[in-house]
Design a binder for this molecule. Structure first.
Ligand SMILES: Cc1ncc(COP(=O)(O)O)c(CNCCCC(=O)O)c1O
Length: 454
């Protein structure tokens, strides 16, 4: 454990404590109201309604205190009510909540851009643009790449996830639930084979990173032509697709090829960014310096903010007014981001993420030796995955995965799943979670895995 969490204080008791069955009566009443108010297409993986949250816990409307291993999908790394963030939000809102940076600009936006230019990989001249969602950041990164190169084609990868807008759906691999019946999708998007070491090995493919990159590059050159490619976009660790960590060498080989061929290398760090993987950005692990990096989720302590930061020559190639949007870089979200970044720095959260990861993977790998349903334990920092399979095979077991998450929830631990095959348990705890609470949550997870596998 890093010293930082021993000095952490919390507003809510950091305990797992169930006082009703889940969902409790108040959540049930809210679910009833929701049915006649909210479109059925919006899903929720947990049937309880939040009333409060702090550190590593979510308290629901019936008073149940649950351990949060999801961070609202990798967002609340500093917790869902970090006092510094809450104070910054309140202070900003008392002055102005919005003027539109494209109309009357304000310092907060510039200050966030300066922080991101300094924090992101590479010491080159950079520029930043702020938006609201990860998909919006991805859309604009592609816009910049196409304008700056004069090329149309964009390369994405198997198992990729980049968002739910039309272009980002085209970039996203999995059809259900993200794409089915929402087409037609944007043209000039091409999908290439990913480095997925666990499944590559199971399929008898060379799981070596350089070999996997060579497979993808050959396919790009034969099917598209390198001179037609505006950008390659990739998540350094794929998130929704299953927390897929490409084999060492894969990303550097792709980045080198992109550089040699005038292709913009876009690292989509919406889920991996801001200390989540044990470094400020996942690209750092293999020394990748992306031409453009997309960011969101952990950036602002839960407030909606996203960003693209990239080479100044690329971003400044865009004509005045070519980038923007009404709410992009909202001042309250910018104030939250500056506070959240201060908290991440002061609490040394990249180091904390590494400590969380070491603790979790050690325990889960030991369990994998004990029960035959764990095909792979992988990830980096506090972005950990358990891929569940039928014993003695690499056949995905999505039903078992659902059962484990349900058992964990029934015991008071919120766990998310993911994966192209729906067979990945993913751990994304708040980076401010204390060791005792994390230990309790892992014990619940281990019990759920043993019971479900029995
Ligand atoms: C790498 C990567 N790029 C882009 C995005 C999109 O970010 P938005 O803020 O959800 O638009 C994500 C969002 N991932 C969670 C999506 C959850 C869901 O919608 O079911 C991501 O992980």
């Amino acid at each position: 454990m890093t010293a930082s969490t021993t000095s952490l204080t919390y507003r809510l008791p950091q305990v797992r404590n169930l006082v009703t069955a889940l969902p409790g009566p108040e959540s049930a009443r809210l679910a009833e109201r929701r049915r006649s108010a909210v479109a059925g297409g919006v899903g929720s993986s947990v049937p309880v309604y939040a009333a409060d949250a702090d550190g590593g816990v979510i308290v629901d409307v019936d008073g149940n205190s649950l351990i949060d291993l999801g961070s609202g999908i990798a967002v609340t790394s500093v917790g869902a009510s970090d006092p510094r963030v809450a104070e910054a939000v309140a202070a900003q809102a008392q002055h102005f909540t919005h003027t539109c940076f494209m109309v009357t600009p304000y310092e907060g936006y510039v200050a966030v851009a300066e922080r991101l230019n300094a924090l992101t990989p590479g010491y080159h001249d950079k520029r930043t643009v702020l938006f609201n969602s990860g998909a919006e950041a991805v859309e604009n990164a592609i816009k910049v790449a196409r304008l700056a190169t004069g090329r149309d084609a964009v390369v994405a990868f198997d198992h990729a996830y980049h968002g739910r807008t039309n272009l980002t759906m085209a970039l996203t691999a999995k059809t259900m639930p993200y794409k089915k019946n929402f087409g037609p999708f944007a043209p000039e998007v091409y999908r290439m084979p990913m480095s997925y070491p666990y499944r590559d090995a199971a399929a008898g493919l060379d799981a070596d990173g350089k070999a996997a990159a060579a497979r993808a590059i050959t396919q790009i050159e034969k099917q598209i032509g390198s001179d037609a490619v505006a950008a390659v976009i990739i998540e350094p660790i794929q998130g929704e697709g299953g927390f897929i960590v490409p084999a060492p060498g894969f990303l550097p080989a792709l980045a080198a090829w992109a550089k040699e061929n005038g292709v913009v290398f876009i690292a989509d760090e919406v889920q991996t960014g801001f200390a989540r993987t044990g470094a400020w950005f996942a690209c750092e692990d293999e020394g990748i310096v992306p031409d453009i990096i997309t960011m969101a989720k952990g950036i602002a302590g839960g407030m909606p903010l996203s960003a693209i930061t990239g080479r100044a020559d690329l971003l400044d190639a865009v004509h005045a007014g070519g980038l923007g949007g009404t709410y992009g870089g909202n001042p309250v979200a910018c104030a939250a981001a500056l506070a959240a970044l201060d908290t991440m720095e002061d609490l040394h959260l990249p180091a904390r993420a590494r400590a969380i990861g070491e603790s979790a993977t050690t325990r889960l790998r030991a369990l994998a030796d004990e029960i035959g349903v764990i095909g792979d334990v992988r990830g980096r920092g506090a972005m950990i995955a358990i891929e569940l399979v039928h014993p003695g095979t690499s056949e995905p077991d999505a039903d078992l995965t659902k059962a484990v998450a349900a058992k964990a929830l029934a015991a008071g631990v919120v766990i998310l799943t993911c994966g192209t095959y729906g067979n990945v348990i993913r751990l994304l705890p708040p980076l401010v979670i204390g060791d005792a609470l994390l230990d309790d949550a892992l014990t619940v997870l281990e019990t759920a895995l043993r019971e479900a596998a029995a």
